[in-house]
Structures are given as C-alpha cells and as structure tokens.
Design a protein around this ligand. Structure first.
Ligand SMILES: Nc1ncnc2c1ncn2[C@@H]1O[C@H](COP(=O)(O)OP(=O)(O)OP(=O)(O)O)[C@@H](O)[C@H]1O
Ligand SMILES: [Mg+2]
Length: 342
C-alpha cells in the first residue's frame, strides 16, 4: 500500500515513490517542527533565521509576529521549500523539508505576500489548473473549483478576468487556491498587508472559518492586532530569533503591567516623564512617543487623577489623557526597547 499523509480533512498528500521510512512522524501532534533551523543568505554576514526551534500543533492558528526584517518570510520560505536552510532541520506533516522538498510541497498551501494569480487565466481556471498541477483529475478538479468559488463567494466571478477582482477578492481567490489540495498546513505571509480595513476584517473571518474547519494555519504579520485577534499562540520574532512564545493573553500578562497611561501635555516631555515616574507607584517603564508620555504601570489607584495633579504641579497643561490595557506591542517594547513599526 502506498503511504499517505492524512491531513485534517482526511485528504491525502500523495507520496509517489517515497517509502514510509521517509516520513518521520513526530511523537507529538505537531504539524510543523523545526530544530535549530537557520538561514544565512549568500553574501550576508548575519543569520536571517537563527537556530529556530518551533512546534505548531494540528489545527492551530499560529502567528509569527515581528518587525521588518525579523525573518518571518524566510522562516515561512524554508517551511514551504522555497528557501533552502543553511543548517538545522524542519518537518512539515512529518516530512523532512530538506530531504523531501517535493513531498513537503504537497503538504503545504501558500498565500504569498504579493498577488500571484495567473493573469492569463480567469478566476475559475486559476483554481482548476492548480488542481490539475497537483495531480487531481479533471472531474474532481472541476468539482472542487466550483465548491471553493461557492465557499469564498466568488461564483459570480468564475469567468471573469483576475484583473476585474478587487484586492480583497483577489486575496480570497488566493486563499481558495492555496487550500485546493487540502494541505496539512496553510502558510500566509502578511495576508492583510495592503488591504483596506473592510477587506482585512473579511479575510479574518475567512481564516476563522478555515480554523473552525480544522485547518492548521501559520500566519506571519507585523500587525499586533491581527496576531492578537486571530492566533492561538504567537511567537514574537526579531533578528531571526524567537523572543517570546505564548498565547496572546499569556504574552500580555508576562509584561507584568496592568495599565498603559498616556499623558499628552505641552512642555519638556522628558522632564514630565521623569516627574510622573517619580511621583507614581508601580511605574515599570516610561517612554516619550508621538502621542505624549507613556507610562507602563503595575497596580496603581486613581491613576488619571494623580497624573493630572503631578503634571499641573509641574506647570504642564494636560491636553489629553488615556488609559489602555497592554497589547502585544507593549510586550515587544518590553522585550526589545523598540516599537514593532518604526
Ligand atoms: N533573498 C534574500 N537575499 C538576501 N537577504 C535576504 C533575502 N531575503 C531576505 N533577506 C534578509 O534577511 C532578513 C530577514 O528577512 P525576511 O524577509 O525574512 O524578514 P521579514 O520578517 O519577512 O520582514 P518583512 O516584515 O519586511 O516582510 C532581512 O535582513 C532581509 O534583508
Ligand atoms: Mg516578510
């Protein structure tokens, strides 16, 4: 019997000419597993990805969150076999991506950062020929194309040129195409970059729906809100390394801060920050941002009133004052001292 890797849908990734011994299933239920995975690009004197150890569970939406150049795309590139690792190992659906890239490709679906639809083909054909490329017969490829257009609300556009699609629709079609062959894991690199807010929310809904159907998804993003809202676990990356990994809640709790206070007042910002820090209890960090002086506070009562009093005593005129809960940005700032988006 030919060995097959069953994915979540019970679909089979084909494994022609490969014996079962090539498929090294991990003892856990990990769909992605990396061990000291490293990439140094030719001519570069730094590691774009630096000894990454990662494990993504079946059915999970996992987020790689980090600023530009953190190594997110390189990580996704290696796991989808487009980038060859320099050292280390990685398994996707139990398949060694270095030893068996062709086989690993069958286990992954990819939605790239740029529009990669075939402009020579219409909307329906973009799906149909993808199926044929993955070895599916004409009848089942036709059926699956129709089914996916329906699911992604694109049936009306089946015969349209892909030029006719809005950004959000093109994105939906790319997602539909990426799951056509029922991959064990779906990779999405910055899926909502460049989308308008409405299309972004629509895509989040699609991802939630795929997740509800059991699809394992690895998402890269530098939108902290996206990681927070969508992902079950998030790895915060910078300089090719994972700095922290947990649920969004766990990450936010880990900073040990209850409230972020922002005081906007005219005058010397550094001096105001210093007086607020000195006068208030539980301040763990102060920063001067474009929005004013930001304080990270643990505990603390009557914060607003006390901030106003301290500022006014110092002769500052308070223009605005706000309280917020920590975000993943707070976590990133605590870990690196800088913002996710510079
Ligand atoms: N093909 C390449 N050749 C050489 N260096 C590269 C190549 N691709 C990426 N790099 C470098 O590797 C590092 C990691 O880049 P990568 O694209 O993986 O980051 P990223 O987290 O995806 O960033 P972004 O948010 O900008 O997409 C960066 O310093 C980048 O300049
Ligand atoms: Mg990238």
């Amino acid at each position: 019997m030919r060995p097959v890797a069953r994915n979540r849908y019970g679909g089979a990734a084909r494994m022609d000419n490969v014996s079962a011994q090539h498929v090294q299933m991990s003892s856990t239920d990990a769909v992605i597993r990396t061990s000291a995975l490293t990439k140094v690009y030719a001519g570069a004197d730094f590691r774009a990805v630096d000894e990454l150890n990662l494990s993504v569970d079946r059915g999970e939406i996992f987020g790689l969150l980090g600023p530009n150049g953190a190594g997110k795309t390189t990580t996704a590139g290696m796991l989808t076999t487009r980038v060859i690792p320099t050292s280390g190992a990685a398994f996707v659906a139990g398949v060694d991506i270095v030893a068996h890239p062709t086989l690993a490709k069958q286990a992954v679906g990819v939605v790239s950062q740029t529009n990669s639809l075939d402009r020579q083909l219409n909307v329906w054909e973009n799906l149909y020929f993808h199926g044929r490329l993955f070895g599916m017969g004409a009848t089942s490829s036709r059926r699956r194309s129709d089914e996916l257009l329906e699911q992604f609300q694109l049936s009306k556009w089946a015969r349209a040129s892909v030029y006719a699609l809005s950004g959000g629709m093109a994105q939906r079609l790319m997602v539909a195409r990426s799951i056509f062959h029922r991959p064990a894991v779906l990779f999405m690199d910055e899926p909502t970059a460049g989308l308008d807010p409405q299309s972004r929310l629509a895509l989040w809904d699609i991802l939630r729906e795929l997740h509800a159907q059991g699809q394992t998804i690895l998402l890269t993003t530098h939108y902290m809100e996206e990681a927070d809202q969508l992902c079950e676990r998030v790895a915060i990356m910078d300089h090719g390394r994972i700095l922290a990994l947990d649920t969004p809640e766990g990450l936010k709790r880990s900073v040990g801060v209850d409230t972020i206070v922002t005081v906007k007042a005219s005058g010397d910002q550094a001096a105001l920050a210093a007086s607020l820090e000195a006068a208030l209890d539980g301040v763990t960090r102060t920063r001067v941002t474009e929005h004013g002086v930001e304080l990270h506070v643990k505990g603390g009562e009557r914060l607003l009133a006390r901030c106003v009093a301290v500022a006014e005593e110092g002769g500052y005129e308070v223009e605005d004052l706000s309280l917020a809960e920590p975000t993943l940005e707070t976590v990133f700032i605590n870990l690196t001292g800088k913002e996710l988006r510079d």
